[in-house]
Ligand binder design. Structure first.
Ligand code: SAT
Ligand code: MN
Length: 607
């Protein structure tokens, strides 16, 4: 489609201005068709960026290898450019919006020379849903177009809903590598050096400007940039929630259904939990979303969630038939792999895929790689942040309701992190504000010392939103508290803290995790279903009674007692850590109610 087809005069003008600034060789408005997807893939194969995979074993799949400098989100180059720095808060990078736009306009000038500009109209959420939002991404990367086809709903159907004057979030993206006359990428992943990369958000004007990276959340602007950073601002202003949460559907043996959302920092198995295969007989878990939840109150006073995405952008290493059978089956066809290893028969391999490397591989840097299990220093064949982009509709466990425009009614929020000590297997908040307190202290213990932290400290990532909140985190906590104050407490979801990662003295995990987590979900389900005799009230919240959670193989009665006890000394340290090292990071905007919760727990622990 060409620009003349655009009926929305504001959109047309915006695209025309972008064309004169970025001077592409051609412009194309994406229609979202299969033909278009196939053409994007063909272009990337022809320019040497993509490798087609074995059509019998992985039909419709391709592999990309990015530049070694462009393998993850770049938080240090991600900006919240609100008018006032105080609105971005102390945990976001900030540049004055006028200054940032000036700098980036110069970078954008002529940046698409030698390339085609693609204009991608996309809907985050089912097209036409009241909870959904529309964005339009301008990009010079066919890899981005193909990924957006999978991760969002794109094309003509979105333009139809947008109409002549609908609201959309304008998103600029360029890889930042113009081509000279006759020059081609020739297999070299295009991107700009780190100090030229910018992932910028303008919350007041609801705009996203990204430059210099072609990878993941830096470039697929519907995901973290729109669905979290910009949407969190919209949600604050409009009284809803845009959260970094999975959404799952759970059915008990009687056929009763509940929906649960959950926030976990990275590397806690969020995608695995969303696609869990229960070991508990008669229970069923289905997937609505694995990464983001948008939630609004319905007329009945309940909170309804949609998954704004249409695909999974999941971490490959560690994904296998035991950790996540449903993900493995989702990505057998029509999937884009990025930075995994290539086998001799043109399939894919990664660390902890469940079997040894079959022969000689090409690693993610494009070099020959032969597995040497004796060599502990051997570099991995797949990049640790290598990814699959797979259509959600291909997931065998996808819930039939996953595209319901009304969303699904939420009964519980889960928060959790990797905590070898102190935090019990599961713990229900006493109240909404106690639950917000729990969300605000989420974190994982640092296992290997990093530059800025020593091993054993807790790296806290409140609500798993620290890198994704488009405004001051103190105001974000306040927004969560106000949701509780404004709505019927009996209709609000209950809030739970879970921890699958407790270790014993010998450093071994006490709880087996994965499908066995269904035992904990069953207790949570019952709590939401009005069961009251399965819990005891303690200083830190409601804990399961000794036999309220059935024990999986290998977990003794003593283990269970350990998993469910109130570790008074551990909690006192936790409280001190939050008081001294965590809450002060948010400055004067940290709501007093959260300090009140801290005081109240401390008092109960000392009683
Ligand atoms: O690259 S993404 O931001 O989409 C995924 C992630 O880093 O969490
Ligand atoms: Mn995520």
């Amino acid at each position: 489609m060409n620009i003349q087809n655009l009926k929305h005069s504001g959109l047309k003008k915006w695209v025309e201005e972008a064309v004169s600034l970025m001077t592409p060789d051609a412009v194309e408005v994406c229609d979202g068709s299969q033909e278009e997807y196939n053409r994007m893939i063909k272009i990337t194969i022809d320019t040497g960026l993509a490798t087609p995979l074995n059509p019998w074993l992985l039909p419709g799949c391709v592999l990309f290898r990015s530049d070694p400098s462009d393998v993850a989100r770049v938080e240090a180059r991600t900006y919240i450019a609100s008018k006032s720095q105080d609105d971005a808060g102390p945990t976001n990078n900030w540049i004055d919006p006028d200054e940032l736009k000036k700098t980036m306009t110069e970078l954008y000038r002529g940046c698409m020379k030698g390339r085609t500009m693609y204009v991608i109209p996309f809907s985050m959420g089912p097209v036409g849903s009241d909870i959904a939002k529309i964005g339009v991404e301008i990009t010079d990367s066919p890899y981005v177009v193909a990924n957006m086809h999978i991760m969002a709903r794109v094309g003509v159907k979105v333009l139809d809903v947008l109409g002549a004057d609908g609201f959309y979030v304008p998103c600029f993206h360029s890889v930042g590598k113009p081509l000279a006359a006759g020059e081609q990428d020739n297999g070299a992943w295009p991107c700009a050096p780190l100090d030229k990369k910018y992932i910028s958000h303008f919350p007041e004007t609801r705009e996203i400007w990204s430059y210099g990276s072609g990878y993941g959340g830096n470039a697929l602007l519907g995901k973290k940039c729109l669905a979290l950073r910009i949407a969190s601002v919209l949600a604050r202003d409009e009284g809803w929630l845009a959260e970094h949460m999975l959404i799952l559907k759970i059915t008990n043996p009687k056929g009763d259904v509940k929906y649960i959302t959950g926030a976990f920092p990275s590397a806690c198995g969020k995608t695995n939990l969303a696609m869990l295969v229960p070991t508990l007989p008669g229970w069923k878990v289905e997937t609505v979303g694995d990464d983001i939840a948008w939630m609004k109150f319905g007329k009945d006073g309940r909170l309804y969630a949609i998954n704004p995405e249409a695909g999974f952008f999941g971490v490959a290493p560690g994904t296998n038939m035991q950790s996540n059978k449903n993900a493995m089956e989702t990505i057998r066809r029509n999937t884009i792999f990025t930075n995994v290893a290539l086998t001799e028969d043109s399939t894919v391999w990664w660390e902890m895929i469940g079997y040894d490397a079959p022969g000689k591989l090409i690693d993610w840097t494009g070099k020959e790689w032969i597995q040497d299990k004796g060599n502990k220093e051997q570099k991995p064949a797949a990049h640790p942040n290598s990814r699959f982009t797979g259509p959600a509709k291909q997931c065998p466990a996808i819930a039939p309701e996953w595209e319901d425009p009304k969303g699904v009614p939420i009964s519980a929020f889960l928060f959790g992190g990797r905590r070898p000590k102190t935090i019990p297997l599961v713990n229900e908040a006493k109240s909404w504000s106690h639950g917000v307190f729990m969300g605000s202290i989420v974190g994982s213990e640092v296992t290997a010392a990093a530059l800025d932290v020593k091993a054993g400290t807790i790296r806290r990532d409140p609500f798993a939103m620290l890198p994704f909140c488009g405004y001051h985190m103190g105001d974000y906590f306040k927004h969560w508290l106000s949701i509780g104050a404004k709505n019927d407490p009996d209709k609000l979801p209950k809030i739970f803290f879970v921890n699958w990662f407790r270790k014993n003295e010998a450093g071994k995990f006490i709880w087996p995790g994965y499908g066995e987590n269904s035992r904990v979900l069953a207790w949570i389900f019952d709590r939401c279903n009005g069961v009251t005799d399965n819990a005891v009230e303690t200083a830190i919240g409601f804990l399961p009674k000794a036999d309220a959670i059935s024990r999986p193989d290998g977990v003794s009665e003593a283990d269970m007692r350990e998993l469910l006890k109130v570790d008074i000394e551990g909690w006192k340290k936790e409280i001190a850590d939050v008081r001294e090292r965590h809450y002060p990071k948010f400055g004067a905007k940290l709501p007093k109610e959260l300090y009140d919760e801290l005081d109240a727990i401390e008092k109960r622990l000392n009683a």
